[in-house]
Design a protein around this ligand. Sequence first.
Ligand SMILES: Cc1cc2nc3c(=O)[nH]c(=O)nc-3n(C[C@H](O)[C@H](O)[C@H](O)COP(=O)(O)OP(=O)(O)OC[C@H]3O[C@@H](n4cnc5c(N)ncnc54)[C@H](O)[C@@H]3O)c2cc1C
Ligand code: FES
Length: 251
Amino acid sequence: MKDYIATVVKNEKIAENVYAVTFDLGEPAKVRCGQFGNISVGGTHLLRRPIAICKVEDSEVTFCYQIKGEGTQKLKTMGAGTKLNVLMPLGNGFYVEETEKKVALVGGGVGVFPLISVLREYGETKEISAYIGYRNQGAVCGVEEFKKAHKFVGVTDDGSFGEKMNAVQAFAADLAKGNRPDVVLACGPTPMLRALIALVEKENLPCYVSLEERMGCGIGACLVCVCDMTDGKKARVCKDGPVFNAKEVRL
Ligand SMILES: Cc1cc2nc3c(=O)[nH]c(=O)nc-3n(C[C@H](O)[C@H](O)[C@H](O)COP(=O)(O)OP(=O)(O)OC[C@H]3O[C@@H](n4cnc5c(N)ncnc54)[C@H](O)[C@@H]3O)c2cc1C
Ligand code: FES
């Protein structure tokens, strides 16, 4: 982990309210899929925002972000040549076991972006099926990447792209047809993850979920990001996660 002084290479709109920013870190970075960066977008160090690392190519790293509030609004205005502090890579990331050949990705909302990094890391060695839910056609992004998967099922809340359903329903429909993965990796809004956890418990499928708690330091020091575990203990999403075994985390 390093606090890079990163230079914006490009910062472009890729869907309704969604942008992709590419930074040059000045040196190659070693990153595991599902890890994230804490990006400083203000003059003060207080305003850091955690964003999943979507793509890494040599010294260039790309983050995709949805405009939510002050931080992401500010990030949107940063043009090529702007220098920002980016603390990365943070968190544990996703890991697929040697024995797990068939992988299902289930994602929605901003949870789509860390799943693109899984596809980039494991796309050539695993049989990946991606079930991705968007709000509507305007929010659709990453399709070029997901189409590289063995199977891509894109759906929307209003049916304007793919079928009208959510990502968990799309995954459940495929499971019912007998398409059973060895492991499920997921990221998305809490209600989506709850529905998925109920399904994988019923189906007795291994599942790992990446959480998107609000964060402060991003390095395990401030306890802003703690979540509850099923054994009654607490965990720090930034340091112990953001990826957790679905059986161990309480949402
Ligand atoms: C590990 C991790 C990875 C993430 N990856 C991505 C990503 O790849 N792309 C992306 O667009 N976003 C991602 N997020 C969420 C992102 O960090 C927040 O959307 C961002 O910090 C909002 O900052 P803001 O200043 O624009 O909004 P704020 O002004 O801070 O907040 C605006 C609104 O968004 C809500 N909000 C803020 N942070 C979160 C959060 N973490 N979860 C849910 N609601 C939140 C606030 O409650 C508020 O209602 C990730 C979060 C985590 C923890
Ligand atoms: S964000 Fe500070 S401990 Fe996790």
